[in-house]
Design a protein around this ligand. Sequence first.
Ligand SMILES: Cc1cc2nc3c(=O)[nH]c(=O)nc-3n(C[C@H](O)[C@H](O)[C@H](O)COP(=O)(O)O)c2cc1C
Ligand code: SF4
Length: 644
Amino acid sequence: MMTKLFTPAKIGTCEIPNRLIVPAMVMNLCTEDGMITERYIRYIEEKAKGGWGMIITEDYAVNENAKGYKYIPGLYNDEQIAGNKQLTETVHKYASKLFCQMYHPGRQSKHDVNGNVQPVAPSAIKDPFCMDLPREITVEEIHQIVKDFGSTARRAKESGFDGIEIHAAHGYLISEFLSPFTNKRVDEYGGCFENRTRILDEIYAEIRRNVGKDFPVQVRISANEYLLGGRTEADTYELVRHLDELGVDAIHISNGMYASPVLRQIIAPMYTEHAFNMDTAQQVKKLVSCPVIVTNRINDPKMADTILEMGKADFIGMGRGSLADPHLPNKAKEGKFENIRYCIGCLQGCEAGLLAGTCATCLVNPRVAREYENPMEKTAAPKKVLVAGGGPAGLIAAETAALLGHKVTVYEASSHLGGQFRSAAYPPGKGELSTFTSSLRKSLADLQVPVKLNCPVTEELIAAEKPDAVILATGAKPLMPPIRGIDSANVVTAEDVLLGKVDVKPGPVVVCGGGEVGGETAHFLTQSCQDITVLEMRDEILMDMFPLMRMQLMQYIRECGIKVRTKATVTSIDENGVSFKNPDGSVETLPAATVVSAFGYKAYNPLEEIARKHCENVQVIGCAVKAGNALTAIREGYEAALAL
Ligand SMILES: Cc1cc2nc3c(=O)[nH]c(=O)nc-3n(C[C@H](O)[C@H](O)[C@H](O)COP(=O)(O)O)c2cc1C
Ligand code: SF4
């Protein structure tokens, strides 16, 4: 039973219909000159349809050189108002409220995304991710930026937004001033608390001057930067009392800056515990009279309701939760928890997309940010579709095709759905991957898509079924290179180890292959084995991982005492161990009671020729084409259904 989540509450004068908030998320969907697009509007509209109480827009640039990403919106000139009016009118067709976040990125920006100008910051200290040396901002420039916030706020009000969020978190300009980690000034904007807070006070006052006292204005802060000499919780408690005295309408508790440790990143990965900001939010609540929002790694509506019930916050921010499933609130309200597509904290679609300079997307929801191009209208010409393979790509293809009105059947040769996603959920910290497959299973059941397990697709089956279209998502098989002794009795595949199909014998374990699968399997094995070595022929291990996740798994590998040998080419295996060649040609042998084969995967596509004999519309997708990452496979599954 949920008690609080769907009760209304106020932020200033604005009544929010429920407690679920979409916090700001840059999607890179606008134009280079800060104009919003139809695509951006449709992306936000989908969330309004989905029942979120409040949506906070991504960070709007307050002037033309206040961009941390190339395709973010701005409200720094009056021409930008019309598009935003269209946005607010669209959202207001639904019950959701819409707040506009505004910011200046400070040192967390680069020349190439920001009109080719040098970033500015309180002090000239480089951010370790952006690596673009900022220039120390002058007092005159500070005064101008304060004015820019004010005029941006005026335009936001004129555009019809319900309120404003000042972005004073995450290591951007305002938080750089707040933090002794980035602010080394000795003028009136640096040094003691009063001085470091001055820019925020001035911005708040200027915004109020522009929007009046009744227009909701909230402030987002990083409660803790988790850095030597950065802002701490004690600083935050001091700051929130000050903000409450100023009269802000709500305080939004987040954490971190780009330089923070992986587990305390602004966008925390799946290895981070859920809702880790909730206790700080609770302390903040004791100190202030205004409502408190808490965000980061809260992806489950029942967890959100419990946090509210415990009095830890008044509103819950779910950023990635809304990318993974824009309709999460409506599903939760209807009690359809099994149908929610939960964010799994992988960062592969959202953060990785941004860092690549493209738009953000989501691994478990390939439609996000493509709502405009893919309205998902039912087809006028339904096809009979046969999907071979019940891994992520096949299941997404089946779900999308069924949603479009096609008549779909899924055939899976094994006894389980999920393909490689199943074993990928077994290493420590990765259990949430299972939610993806289970929600797809539920969705297909609701869509009345037959899913036939233990049912390999054969030529006879295709000939008998006579489908109009075939989607081959047969996945990949473990790569077993032709190494002498690869068929020895002590050799097992990583997948079989993870799935518990083989019992790893007592004694030393050698994992051959230091990619993500090898590294995670070694990590998994530390629960029951002491002596584990990973052999990798390249210079480094885990090179197929997203860098932030890689950093964290590297740390676990070090902490768990897993031995790593790189530039090591396996030459032979026998019952006693594994031999490998070093770059200087020397050969070493490591004893191994168990040898785990994690050499990678190879595409498995045994049905294409057969299928083409019986059907003109055949698509091969995912790892059946090229063994690769899940993001690509899932996107291909989605696109195959659209292309039917
Ligand atoms: C793609 C992406 C873009 C983001 N952009 C912003 C932003 O513009 N402003 C902001 O305050 N936070 C931004 N964030 C951080 C989120 O608002 C949120 O604090 C973070 O994702 C953790 O919450 P979650 O676990 O609910 O996703 C972004 C997060 C993501 C995933
Ligand atoms: S890409 Fe991964 S982390 Fe990002 S929203 Fe989707 S599931 Fe969550």
